[in-house]
Design a protein around this ligand. Structure first.
Ligand code: NAP
Ligand code: ZN
Ligand code: ZN
Length: 346
C-alpha cells in the first residue's frame, strides 16, 4: 500500500512530506484510511531524540482516527466503513502474563510501538499516523463511537487512555481529591475524566492564563504552581496527583501536596531523572507510581465511556503545513488543548 505522510528525516528535522509503503493485508489485518492524527508531546520528544534511540526517517503519530477501508480474509471485528482508532502500540507478544491480562502496554517482551520501532520481525520499521493509511492487526485497533466528532476523538487514543487508566486504577470517584499537574493534551483529558467520575478536581498549572479553561473543563480549583503562597494552600490535600508535566521539575514540591497515604503517579516523561528526597515519601506514607497508556480492552472501555458521556478532546484542527509551528507552540505550552492534523491536507 502506498502512503503519503509527514516525516522527520533526522534528529530535530522539520516534518516534511514523505511517501512510503505499508504491507499488503494479512488475514487478520484491517486497512485504515486515516482522517485525523493528534500531536502528542511524545512525538516531539522522539523527533528531538530526547529519549534516545530514535529511528529516522520517522513518521510520528499515535493518536489515530479513521475509517476502515479494507479487511483481511479472517477479520471478524471490523467491516469496511467502520470507524476505528489506533493508539500507541500495534502489537505485542500475545503470550506473556501481561498480554493475557489485557495489559499489552506492559508486554514483558515489549509492545510494538506504532512508530519509531520495529514490527515483531525485528527488522521492519514502524511508521506512525501522520499519514493517510495504516495497516494493523484487528486485535490492536479499537471501535470509535459514531456519535463523537472523529477529529476530537483522535487524542483519546493516547492522551485519553493515558489519564483514564490511572484514574480507574486508583479508584477515582466521589469523595476523592484529585490533582492534575500540567494542563496540556494529557492533563485536560484528566480533568474531564476525573470530573466525570465524580472526584473533586484541582489543576496545578504554571500557566495562570489557563484558569478559566480549567474551570470550563470541570476543575473545581486552580493553583498556579509558580506562586508559593497558592501552593501552600494545598499542602497535604490530595489523595491522587497525576503528573503530566513534560519538562524537568522538582518532584519533592509536588509530593508535599499529597495527603497521608496519597499517591503521585508519574505520567510525563521529560527524559531526565528526578532528584527524589526520601523524606518526601516518608512523611505521610506517600507513594510514587508510574502509569503508561492502557491496554486494548481498557482503551475500548474508555472510548465507550466517552461515547456515553459525550467526552472528546478540545482540539485545534490544523493542516499539514502547520505541523512544525504546532510543535513549537506545544513546547511553549501554547495549545488549547491538542493539535490534530487534518490528514486530507497532507
Ligand atoms: P503537553 O500538551 O505539551 O502538556 C504538557 C504540560 O506540562 C503543559 O501544557 C504545561 O502545563 C506543563 N509544562 C510544560 N512545560 C512546563 C514547565 N517548564 N514547567 C512546568 N510545567 C510545564 O504534553 P502532553 O502531550 O500532554 O504530554 C505530557 C507528557 O506526558 C510528555 O512528557 C509526554 O511524552 C508524556 N506522555 C506519557 C504517556 C504515558 O503513557 N505515560 C503517554 C503520552 C504522553 P501548564 O501550562 O498547565 O503548566
Ligand atoms: Zn502519546
Ligand atoms: Zn506480551
Amino acid at each position: 500500500m502506498n502512503v503519503r505522510g509527514l516525516a522527520a528525516l533526522s534528529k530535530n528535522g522539520p516534518l516534511t512530506p514523505y511517501t512510503f509503503t505499508r504491507r499488503e493485508l494479512r488475514p487478520n489485518d484491517i486497512a485504515l484510511e486515516i482522517k485525523f492524527a493528534g500531536i502528542c508531546h511524545s512525538d516531539i520528544h522522539q523527533v528531538k531524540e530526547e529519549w534516545g534511540g530514535a529511528l529516522f526517517p520517522m513518521v510520528p503519530g499515535h493518536e489515530i482516527s479513521g475509517v476502515v477501508s479494507a479487511v483481511g480474509s479472517a477479520v471478524t471485528k471490523f467491516a469496511v466503513g467502520d470507524l476505528a482508532g489506533v493508539g500507541v502500540f500495534i502489537d505485542s507478544c500475545r503470550d506473556c502474563a501481561n498480554c493475557a491480562n489485557g495489559l499489552e502496554q506492559y508486554c514483558e517482551n515489549g509492545m510494538t510501538p506504532t512508530y519509531n520501532g520495529f514490527e515483531r520481525d525485528g527488522v521492519t520499521p514502524t511508521m506512525g499516523g501522520y499519514s493517510d493509511g495504516y495497516v494493523v492487526d484487528e486485535n490492536y485497533a479499537v471501535r470509535i463511537p459514531r456519535n463523537l466528532d472523529l477529529a476530537a476523538v483522535a487524542p483519546l487514543l493516547c492522551a485519553g487512555i493515558t489519564l483514564y487508566s490511572p484514574l480507574k486504577h486508583w479508584r477515582t470517584g466521589p469523595g476523592k481529591k484529585v490533582a492534575i499537574m500540567g494542563l496540556g493534551g494529557l492533563g485536560h483529558m484528566g480533568v474531564k475524566f476525573a470530573h466525570a467520575l465524580g472526584a473533586e478536581v484541582t489543576v496545578l498549572s504554571h500557566s495562570p492564563v489557563k484558569e478559566s479553561d480549567a474551570r470550563n473543563l470541570g476543575a473545581d480549583h486552580f493553583v498556579v504552581t509558580t506562586d508559593p503562597d497558592q501552593l501552600k494552600t494545598v499542602k497535604r490535600k490530595f489523595d491522587l496527583i497525576l503528573d503530566t508535566v513534560s519538562a524537568e521539575h522538582d518532584i519533592n514540591e509536588y509530593l508535599s501536596l499529597l495527603a497521608t497515604d496519597g499517591t503521585l503517579v508519574v505520567i510525563g516523561l521529560p527524559g531526565v531523572p528526578f532528584a527524589l528526597h526520601a523524606g518526601s515519601l516518608l512523611s505521610g506514607r506517600r507513594s510514587m507510581a508510574g502509569s503508561m497508556i492502557g491496554g486494548i480492552a481498557e482503551t475500548q472501555e474508555m472510548l465507550d465511556f466517552c461515547g456515553e458521556k459525550e467526552i472528546v478532546s478540545e482540539i485545534e484542527l490544523i493542516s499539514a503545513d502547520y505541523v512544525n509551528k504546532a510543535y513549537e507552540r506545544t513546547v511553549k505550552s501554547d495549545v488549547r488543548f491538542r493539535f490534530v492534523i487534518d490528514i486530507a491536507t497532507i
